[in-house]
Design a protein. Structure first.
Length: 454
């Protein structure tokens, strides 16, 4: 890599790291937050999903803003906004205040991921791009997996409030690197932001998620449940119609004409739904069901983190050489096996024999899947549209996780006891099998020199 490429990669990794870390570091702190501010499982779900609703809705807007204002400007705004909302969350006096602040933080987080990944695709080409994406994926996925460990340490030794301030250092370093980048910002002439589309998307996701989370308390027959749910479904359907008719849509539907793009995003739905469901359920159950302190619950995912650090770059390079289809098929199947191994968890809990084998297998499958998946989706689209392509794929992954966590109560049967934990493991495995099937039947390995054109 040239010096410029190294700086670009560092900026992309750190900016995305902030968003991914904060999205997962909170998971292990959920029991402490609910214990302090009240609300039980519903509060725990909303603390996660308030962030994911706005992240999923506005990550598409961020792709358009990058075209209008430039990727570097959008990154700076996102970093500043993320820092300010983190301070607000740390000082939250009530659960309602915290949930609103998390929603605002999701908007800031939405500005970080698409722009940072678009910087990589504009600075690297060919196998070097696949390897750079592998490094980016490894670092950001490590943030997703290491978040519970960091959160656990803060919860047990300090306070859950300080969990939300761990991103201060990476934000500062990223701002400093952006100042040193010295790269001319890229703007697309005539680009506009689809404000109506953003409102419809946010209303659609918000209504659906509200109905899923609150349904166990009030029931589907309650107008407080079915009315927001119906409005959400109609709003999201209107959003899709809007994207078909808008002059400058924030999610251009013609992207899905590319086979690898639609197949990769379909696989993303299943894989990231399973990832979010498994991460939420394991972190919460190990504390509330198995009785582990927050730090040990976070340490449970450490083997997966180590595997990601050691192997992600290599997997990205191999996918660039041999194509992503094999990795995207076998990886989710391996993760499905890891999820099913969690059925060994019993009332007489033992981490080493009941949890560790599943975590290791899960980590191997995750490492084999994520880099090739990202490379396949972005490699399916022309380089000049990489910003919006990455925004769409990231939105798909966040919405998949959002809906999976919103449906936790339905999956576990209203209570996250041992039986609910086992049901969640089976559902996660089934989702991974569907992800493998989508990859096997949908993905095609493209010649290395053709880029996106199939």
């Amino acid at each position: 890599m040239t010096r410029q490429q190294r700086v670009v990669l560092a900026v992309a990794v750190l900016a995305s790291f902030v968003s991914f870390l904060d999205g997962t570091v909170v998971t292990v702190a959920l029991p402490a937050i609910a214990g302090d501010l009240g609300g039980g499982l519903s509060t725990e779900q909303w603390v996660v999903d308030a962030y994911l609703v706005t992240l999923g809705a506005f990550i598409l807007v961020a792709g358009s803003l990058s075209d209008v204002w430039g990727r570097i400007v959008v990154l700076r705004i996102g970093l500043i906004g993320f820092g300010l909302t983190s301070l607000a969350i740390a000082a939250a006096p009530t659960a309602e205040f915290l949930i609103v602040a998390r929603a605002l933080q999701g908007i800031a987080g939405a500005l970080l991921v698409p722009s940072s990944l678009a910087l990589i695709t504009s600075a690297f080409r060919g196998p070097a791009q696949a390897r750079a994406i592998g490094i980016w994926t490894g670092a950001t996925t490590v943030a997703m997996i290491a978040g519970p460990l960091i959160g656990g340490i803060f919860v047990d030794t300090l306070s859950w409030r300080l969990v939300f301030l761990v991103n201060v250092l990476p934000i500062g370093v990223t701002m400093w690197l952006l100042a040193r980048l010295g790269q001319r910002d890229h703007r697309r002439p005539g680009a506009r932001v689809d404000i109506l589309g953003a409102i419809l998307c946010a209303a659609g996701l918000g209504g659906i998620v509200f109905a899923l989370i609150e349904q166990p308390s009030l029931g589907w027959a309650s107008p407080v449940i079915w009315l927001p749910g119906a409005i959400g479904i109609l709003s999201f359907a209107s959003f899709l119609v809007r994207q078909h008719t808008a002059r400058d849509p924030m999610m251009p539907l013609d992207l899905f004409r590319s086979r690898n793009f639609w197949a990769g995003n379909l696989a993303t739905v299943f894989v990231y739904a399973a990832l979010s469901l498994n991460g939420f359920v394991v972190s919460v159950y190990l504390q509330q069901g198995a009785g582990l302190p927050a730090t040990l619950a976070g340490l449970a995912s450490l083997p997966s983190t180590v595997l990601m650090i050691l192997l992600s770059s290599r997997m990205g390079a191999l996918a660039g050489r041999f194509g992503p289809r094999l990795f995207m098929t076998l990886g989710p199947l391996v993760m499905a096996a890891g999820a099913l191994l969690l059925l060994n968890v019993r009332g007489d809990f033992d981490y080493w024999t009941q949890v560790l084998p599943g975590v290791v297998i899960w980590g191997l499958g995750l490492t084999a899947t994520v880099s090739p998946l990202t490379a396949a989706v972005l490699g399916a689209i022309e380089t000049e549209r990489s910003g919006i392509a990455s925004a769409v794929n990231n939105a798909v992954s966040r919405v998949a996780g959002l809906l999976a966590i919103a449906a936790v109560s339905a999956v576990v049967g209203g209570s996250l006891d041992l039986g609910g934990f086992h049901r969640a493991a089976v559902v996660a495995a089934a989702l991974m099998v569907l992800g493998a099937a989508a990859s096997f039947f949908g993905i095609r390995n493209l010649p290395a020199d053709t880029g996106a054109r199939s």
